[in-house]
Design a protein around this ligand. Structure first.
Ligand SMILES: NC(=O)c1ccc[n+]([C@@H]2O[C@H](COP(=O)([O-])OP(=O)(O)OC[C@H]3O[C@@H](n4cnc5c(N)ncnc54)[C@H](OP(=O)(O)O)[C@@H]3O)[C@@H](O)[C@H]2O)c1
Length: 242
């Protein structure tokens, strides 16, 4: 068996080490979005495959016999395409998708469908913290006029794409205390978050609740039907049962 692990999430790292523990031969794949990513414990290819045909050829050439998709919950293009190609080929495919976050007591969330809706709920005099990453920053151009701070892992290579913006550099994980300190220092009154789910990155939501900061929560994009589990442990069980 040779497993292709589509990586790009914390779950992928856990699955990778689990595969090593099970003695399973695997190849990991990263999109190449993060410079200097944490190394995975087996051969890792970096960069897009170049499209559906190229991906199909890769599966054949690399002798892949099962695919575990542990990409980010918002990475729907790679997930939908891979699920469709594997489905058509009868290739075992599993998506690992952590549960979405749900608002609790004290949370001040406004649910929005996508990035473009943020401007309609966030007032023009707000100081906004975008915890949504560099890749989708341009989609928030409608927030121009507010003070907007976008956090990204790597130092910027280009200027902020619209007026009033600045970058904050930080590599996760972030503790609740560190998030609180940062939001207070920056005077944040709105946070924009993708509903990625998970424990590690929920610290910003806890900090927002403590500080009474409002959250514009981007709902998950719709996804096609596929076999899925919620945890790395369940993914490893699925594989062991193949
Ligand atoms: N979207 C987010 O909010 C987010 C947050 C954190 C991490 N990430 C990670 O960043 C990567 C890109 O995210 P995205 O939202 O741009 O994905 P996407 O829109 O679903 O995919 C765009 C293209 O990126 C390439 N790609 C994505 N994941 C790949 C992987 N693991 N290995 C090889 N190629 C991959 C594919 O290119 P080709 O068509 O050339 O094959 C795909 O068509 C994902 O791996 C995801 O897990 C995304």
């Amino acid at each position: 068996m040779t497993v292709l692990l589509l990586a790009g999430s914390g779950e992928a790292k856990k699955i990778a080490w689990g595969l090593v523990g099970q003695g399973v031969k695997a190849i990991a794949s990263l999109a190449g979005a993060t410079r200097d990513p944490d190394p995975l414990p087996f051969p890792t290819r970096i960069g897009g495959f170049g499209g559906a045909e190229e991906f199909t050829a890769f599966l054949k050439d690399a002798g892949i016999t099962a695919v575990i998709d542990a990409t980010h919950p918002f990475a729907v293009r790679i997930t939908d395409r891979t699920a469709a190609i594997c489905g058509a080929q009868g290739m075992p495919y599993l998506q690992v998708l952590r549960p979405a976050w749900e608002a609790g007591v004290g949370d001040r969330w406004t649910m929005i469908a996508d990035a473009s809706a943020a401007q309609s709920v966030i007032p023009t005099d707000a100081t906004v913290f975008l915890a949504t990453g560099r890749q989708t920053l341009e989609q928030f151009a409608g927030l121009e006029g507010r003070r907007v701070i976008c956090r990204q892992i790597d130092p910027p290579t280009a200027p902020f794409p619209f007026e009033g913006g600045e970058f904050a550099i930080g590599r996760p994980p972030f503790s609740v205390a560190r998030e609180e300190e940062l939001f207070k220092a920056l005077g944040i009154d709105w946070l924009v978050v993708k509903n990625a789910g998970g424990v590690a990155s929920a610290t910003k939501l806890t900090a927002a609740r403590i500080l009474g900061i409002k959250v514009a929560m981007i709902e998950r994009p719709p996804m096609s039907d596929a076999q899925r589990v919620e945890t790395p442990a369940a993914a490893l069980e699925w594989l062991a049962a193949l």
